[in-house]
Design a protein. Sequence first.
Length: 241
Amino acid sequence: MNAGESQLGIKESFSDTARVLSRMMSLIVWRTFAHSGLEEMAASATIPVINSLSDDFHPCQILADLQTIRENKGDLRGLTAAYVGDAANNMGHSYLLGFATAGMHIRVAGPEGYHPRADIIADAERIAAETGGSASVMVDPATAVTGADVVITDSWVSMGMEDEKAERIAAFGAYRVTSELMAQAKPEAIFLHCLPAYREYEVAAEVIDGPQSVVWDEAENRVHAQKALMTWLLTRPQDGE
């Protein structure tokens, strides 16, 4: 359903919608803007609520990325990943939390003014201390990428930011993933991008089409990872069982 096919957040509150949908289906999957709406819906629903994207987080994409890395690198623990570009967006936040949870060393690089929220950095550092990974935020993209097993970027102009395109291109120019930047990573490093990609902006064509790119496997794995997530949510033991 899209916004024009429901009264969600207009005539009907998120909580009321959650209660109605809980009587009709087994799962709610919602792609939205404000993360607070997802939290309100999850608090009132009696069925699982999956965040398929919000302004703050994109956890389903992280599952697909981790699957892709595991397919190419084996055990995730101890691997180093570098995410460069808009570190303040939902992907920057999610890589910090998701990769730290996997026991990886995640480095996030972005220009001043485009860094993750302080509370998310703190959460990632706390998680990493428990899993044996690490989480760090920096400005220099070359420092982030040096010696990395995985290099990642994302669109500089996310949904709803089209009016900021010129400003963002100017701000992120030094964070474009080129062959030269990839050369700072390990020779066997892989390249990820959650797509769609703006070629020659955040990533050069020779990188996304090159031998280190696994973006097409990554795109396919969104299907497999989400099927696995839904299966797990529908079959996991409930409290008290």
